[in-house]
Write a protein that binds this ligand. Structure first.
Ligand code: ADP
Ligand code: MG
Ligand code: ZN
Length: 543
């Protein structure tokens, strides 16, 4: 193994391997197909670059983005290593020249998009080449279960697996759920012992969920205190990007913007200004960021909730690649859920895939309502194998929140769900608890239920929040779909029978919260309600 460390030192100038790197390299050197699952910034490139340098022949890297290929090739060339890329940005002459040089084995590393491997001329060349390895970078693109499925990533696999002149395959990704991992393994014939999963924990990231605040003024308050720190603000639509950009620019902040509605030239300039610290903050849709290796991003703020945890963790994970403490802040509003549902509904996916997306969206919504440690919530979602103490720095852990017992409040909500026949969503349930005069509520004759108006002291918004909390903590279930229904589960039964108590953090105090954001009277009202409930002995008997 000494030679590997030597290559690390002499070529790359690093003293030691990071977790997992050496295992991946060793397996590949023994010609075992290998999957590396490491967090963003974990150092996946070196995992195939060192084997590529240690073996004879050319290493082929499948990469999803032109910018990504170019960065990697520039970096290798700077180290004096013969590397090139093939993509549509090249002139015909340049392409010809590079293809010729590839064919005579001039390069140690060749980067290309998956679509290139579907062209006859490219296949013709690589079939005759001595190939050390084929690496699928951003390998989650192979899987329909991943968040960036790219059909060509998958369709080229059978053809490439047939090649006799390839020593070993590698797959590398930062975001892989169990389904994605086993999909990649099956496709590329990677056995369990050659999956190197270092876990996803990024200890230098502090996660925050902020609710019930005006988003733009929150961002302005945050920026006023962090004006010289590099950051990314992700918005859900081009319109949001444009208006936020104008707003912050008017305030005199150094901002750039990026979305698919801008010309290639505009996008290129914006990206370059951000990368080179000429502009401090990038405001963008999710079109921005894949393959961006900017180490000093101190905060990633989501102006709206993304579609799933995979996307969120990948986007938020662009903060703190240098290992310094950084903030990942998600600004949540209920409209975000509606917008993401709309995106799923009008997409071209088949019904099964849509159902899957709704499920993932629900996990994202739960993230915004859970009172667990946010970092651990994400790690659990990915079934992270490493043990996890609470992070002490997320918005649920950091402040000294007191926990309050809301068991009776939960019982009122759960019994209302039961009485409504488990056929309705969060909003309708909240309306019934509130005793709303809404026509729809009257239409279903809900005013006859004994739980009608049982929590009228709360605002509808507070009730919605409580119900989401119960769902996030699994005291209630959600039947996913376009019109999700709230359902009781085994935990609900335990709560209703008094076998299980429900504890909630006092309203988490977001960074930059004002006192006025909190309804101090709420807990007094709650106490009164509990008393009423106890008097009425209203909890229904259950199965
Ligand atoms: P990933 O692809 O996993 O997101 P990269 O391969 O782009 O990460 O590596 C992220 C950064 O870490 C790069 O700047 C890289 O040079 C650096 N790096 C990789 N391995 C090591 C190491 N063993 N020691 C120090 N720095 C490393
Ligand atoms: Mg990478
Ligand atoms: Zn935490």
């Amino acid at each position: 193994m000494e030679t590997q460390e030597k290559i690390l030192q002499t070529y790359f100038g690093y003293e030691h391997f990071r977790p997992g790197q050496q295992d991946v390299i060793t397996y590949m050197m023994q010609h075992h197909n290998t999957l590396a699952v490491m967090p963003t910034g974990g150092g996946k490139s070196i995992c195939y670059q060192i084997p590529g340098l240690s073996m004879d022949g050319t290493a082929m890297i499948i990469s999803p983005l032109i910018s990504l290929m170019k960065d990697q090739v520039d970096a290798l060339q700077a180290l004096g290593i013969a590397a090139t890329y093939i993509n549509s940005s090249l002139s015909v002459d340049e392409l010809k020249k590079r293809m010729h040089d590839i064919a005579i084995g001039r390069y140690r590393f060749v980067y290309a998009a998956p679509e290139r491997f579907e062209t006859a001329s490219f296949l013709h060349v690589i079939k005759r080449l001595d190939i050390s390895l084929i690496a699928f970078d951003e390998a989650h693109c192979i899987s329909q279960w991943g968040h960036d499925f790219r059909p060509s990533y998958r369709s080229i696999v059978p053809e490439l697996k047939k090649l006799r002149n390839v020593r070993v395959f590698a797959a590398l990704t930062a975001t892989a759920t169990e389904a994605v991992i086993s999909d990649i393994q099956r496709l590329l014939h990677i056995s369990d012992e050659h999956v190197v999963n270092t876990g996803f924990a990024r200890e230098n990231l502090a996660f925050h969920v902020i609710k019930g605040r005006d988003k733009t003024s929150y961002i302005r308050a945050y920026m006023s205190e962090h004006s010289d720190e590099s950051g990314i603000i992700y918005a859900a639509t081009r319109k949001q990007v444009d208006s936020l950009y104008e707003n912050l620019k008017k305030q005199g902040y150094s901002v750039a913007k990026y979305h698919a509605g801008l010309s290639e030239e505009e996008r290129k300039n914006a990206q370059s200004a951000f990368i080179h610290d000429e502009r401090t903050v990038m405001i963008a849709t999710n079109a921005f960021g894949m393959g961006i290796d900017k180490s000093n991003v101190r905060h990633v703020i989501h102006y709206a909730m993304p579609m799933n945890i995979e996307s969120y963790y990948q986007e938020a994970g662009r903060a703190g690649r240098d290992g310094e403490m950084s903030n990942c802040i998600l600004l949540f509003s209920p409209q975000d859920t509606q917008l993401q549902k709309f995106f799923i509904e009008q997409s071209q996916m088949d019904d099964d895939s849509k159902q899957q997306e709704y499920r993932k969206l629900q996990a994202m919504i739960n993230y915004c309502h859970t009172h667990q440690c946010l970092a651990n919530y994400i790690l659990d979602y990915f079934n992270d194998p490493s043990p996890k103490p609470a992070c002490k720095q997320c918005s649920n852990c950091s402040k000294n929140h007191e926990k309050v017992d809301i068991t009776e409040e939960a019982q009122m909500i759960l019994s209302c769900v039961k009485r409504m026949g488990e056929q309705f969503g969060v909003t309708m349930t909240a309306k019934v608890l509130k005793g709303s005069k809404d026509k729809k509520v009257a239409g279903f004759q809900f005013q006859k239920l004994s739980t009608f108006g049982i929590m009228s002291a709360y605002t509808e918004k507070e009730l919605i929040e409580r119900i989401h909390f119960l769902i996030a903590e699994k005291f209630l279930s959600m039947e996913e779909g376009k019109y999700p229904k709230v359902r009781l589960n085994a935990n609900s039964v335990d709560v209703l029978k008094g076998k299980q108590e429900v504890m909630m953090l006092q309203a988490p105090i977001p960074i930059y919260a004002e006192e006025a954001d909190y309804d101090a009277g709420l807990f007094t009202q709650l106490r009164q309600l509990r008393k009423n409930l106890a008097d009425e002995q209203n909890v229904p008997p259950l199965c």
